[in-house]
Write a protein that binds this ligand. Structure first.
Ligand code: FES
Length: 241
């Protein structure tokens, strides 16, 4: 990202408001109201080795925590190129544009894994939310190749900015803005869309204590790198309808 584009710094040196139309990444908001840049973090595997975009397995849900130490996000390498310039709107009616996936064929996407309906999310114990590969069926939508939250069967379009396709959710999942460098490494740089991070922190205090040593650790901003593992390694049990 071009750091000359920063407009102002809020909440210390780590959270930065930026005019999204100036970002050199591939996702941006139309008017800047729903984009927030965070510390840039490189996606690395469980051993700390940088993950390369071209080596991501297709249609596998990977999990990394970003922009906070406890907020899970999904990384998916989709089977086909994503849509371009998708018009989205938050449940409050704010409009924004999701430009496309990243990588050579625009197949790599990342979204917050906190469901926009009632905040279902993957924990080390279990997960009710994941991408459903094309070869599998889901009760949430007529087609697979979508992200499904099995708590109340919301379906999100993985190839179109996590637009809601069906179910109880009333807005897209927030997108994680990614950059792929010339050496094929992947970097998370910000969040686009209406996120549910503060609601999540308020609603899951005992869980944050159990898995992240309490709210202070859970709310730490991720920087430098973000460990990225398959959902099947992140959560002991996967539930999908
Ligand atoms: S919490 Fe995800 S559909 Fe209700």
């Amino acid at each position: 990202m071009d750091r000359r584009n920063f407009l102002k710094v809020i909440a210390g040196a780590t959270v930065i408001a930026v005019n999204p139309s100036l970002i050199k990444g591939t996702l941006y908001a139309a008017d800047g109201t729903l984009y927030q840049a965070y510390e840039k973090a490189q996606l690395v595997d469980g051993a700390g080795k940088p993950i390369k975009a071209t080596t991501l397995e297709k249609e596998v849900t990977y999990i990394f925590n970003y922009p906070y130490a406890s907020t899970p996000c999904m990384l998916i390498n989709l089977p086909n190129s994503t849509n371009k310039d998708v018009d989205l709107s938050s449940e409050n009616g704010e409009k924004y544009i999701w430009k496309s996936g990243v990588g050579k064929e625009r197949t790599v996407v990342a979204y917050s894994a906190i469901c926009a309906h009632q905040l279902t999310h993957p924990t080390p114990a279990d997960s009710f939310i994941a991408y459903v590969p094309l070869a599998k069926k889901t009760m949430a939508y007529e087609k697979s190749g979508v992200i499904v939250c099995s708590s109340h069967l919301s379906a999100y379009d993985a190839a179109a900015g996590a637009k809601v396709l069906g179910g109880a959710a009333t807005q897209p999942l927030a997108s994680v803005v990614l950059e792929v460098a010339s050496d094929d490494t992947i970097w998370a740089v910000g969040v686009l869309g209406s996120d549910k991070f503060q609601d999540y922190f308020k609603s899951f205090k005992p869980e944050l204590k159990q898995f992240y040593n309490g709210p202070a650790e859970a709310k730490k901003l991720v920087s430098i790198s973000a460990k990225t593992v398959k959902l099947t390694e992140f959560s002991k049990e996967l539930i999908q309808y």
